[in-house]
Design a protein around this ligand. Structure first.
Ligand code: NAD
Length: 343
């Protein structure tokens, strides 16, 4: 992408703390010379208020056009029969890859120098939730059954994505995480396909394998042995939160959802209704998601500048929001980042 040509992108402020942290992100991007021209669209409760749907047709149309979105957290309405917006977005745009990097940013946590990436298959596995009950006697729900679905094509696509990601980002190793010793068909197909894909990268990116339970333990004992991890949907869901815990929790965790139809970037945390409107939310996770988005559109220069500035504000200026033990509000933190960018 040429510097100077605006890149159309959909911006969904979202609910709760969403508008506050999105405002901070937009201000910081503007100070950097934002490459994006935003099409602001509603989602979540704001979408329901505007047109009765947490994922309005206009928002979907915008993403279909821009194929690129930055999304604030959306409150999932309780009751009302709404399907999860995130699942609808995944299905609509074929967002098969969920990329979750974690990196130590604030010193003094449990682990120093963590720098890992988890790549989770986003459309298959037990997450498809093909579920039903079998009645026994007078209990209509005596037995619950759930079927998982993994395909060779789906496994090949996500593992290739992981190896290509490793190559592009100078990563040395991809660890394939599975449970093929017990779920021989469901996760065996994933492991076998991954082994075949890995052969095509021999000499360029190393591959190793872990059973998911052992991987969970080793992530706690010695996380530095890992580099990129690729796994199926449910294991990825669990391990990515565990990995966020290694570096201080979900407040610092960005996520990218990538597929043939679009790429959607977000913070992993929710809309934090308990602190919404108070000006204290931490914009860091959404800023890190923005850095992923800059990488995605070929503006690695701006992504690196943003990450370096965030590190300097946290470590040298010692400016942090309350969840990280500091006293700064959302806009104080954004001001500090803008000051650094200007200086
Ligand atoms: P949450 O992540 O919103 O909040 C959990 C705790 O972390 C709260 O105490 C909150 O104050 C704190 N927190 C979260 N983000 C923070 C930030 N940036 N700065 C400072 N503190 C922060 O999780 P929840 O309370 O379980 O969910 C609230 C709503 O968000 C629910 O409706 C849920 O469905 C939704 N949600 C949306 C997404 C998404 O859109 N991607 C993800 C998770 C949850």
């Amino acid at each position: 992408q040429q510097a100077g040509t605006p890149i159309p992108a959909t911006l969904i402020p979202g609910d709760g703390i969403g508008p506050e942290i999105v405002e901070a992100v937009v201000r910081i991007l503007d100070a950097m010379g934002s490459p994006f021209s935003w099409d602001v669209q509603q989602g979540g409760l704001a979408g329901i208020a505007a047109c009765g749907d947490p994922l309005p047709a206009a928002t979907l149309e915008s993403i279909r056009r821009t194929r690129l979105a930055l999304k604030g957290p959306l409150t999932t309405p309780v009751g009302g029969g709404f399907r999860s917006v995130n699942v609808r977005l995944r299905e609509e745009f074929g967002l098969y890859a969920n990329v979750r990097p974690v990196r130590t940013m604030v010193p003094g946590g449990r682990y120093e120098d963590i720098d890992l990436v988890l790549i989770r298959e986003n459309l298959e596995g037990l997450y498809v939730a093909f579920e039903h009950y079998i009645p026994v006697g007078d209990d209509p729900q005596a037995v619950a059954i759930s079927s998982g679905v993994n395909t060779k094509a789906g496994a090949r696509r996500i593992v290739e994505f992981a190896f290509e990601y490793a190559l592009r980002n100078g990563r040395k190793k991809v660890t394939v995480v599975h449970k093929a010793n017990v779920l021989k068909a469901l996760t065996g197909i994933f492991l076998e396909t991954a082994r075949a894909v890995a052969r095509g990268y021999e000499g360029r990116v190393a591959m190793d394998e872990r059973i998911v339970d052992a991987c969970a333990m080793q992530l706690v004992l010695n996380p530095w042995q890992f580099d990129v991890i690729v796994t199926t949907n449910l294991f990825g869901d669990i391990l990515s939160d565990q990995m966020a815990g290694l570096v201080g929790g979900l407040g610092m965790a960005p996520g990218a959802n990538i597929g043939p139809g679009a790429a959607i970037f977000e913070a992993v945390h929710g809309s934090a209704p308990d602190i919404a409107g108070k000006g204290v939310a931490n914009p860091l996770a959404l800023l890190l998601a923005t850095a992923l988005m800059l990488d995605h559109v070929g503006r690695g220069d701006l992504a690196t500048a943003l990450r370096t500035t965030l590190d300097a504000v946290l470590r040298e200026d010692n400016i942090r929001t309350r969840d990280l033990g500091g006293t700064a509000g959302t806009s104080d933190f954004a001001d500090a980042v803008v000051r650094r960018l200007a200086g």
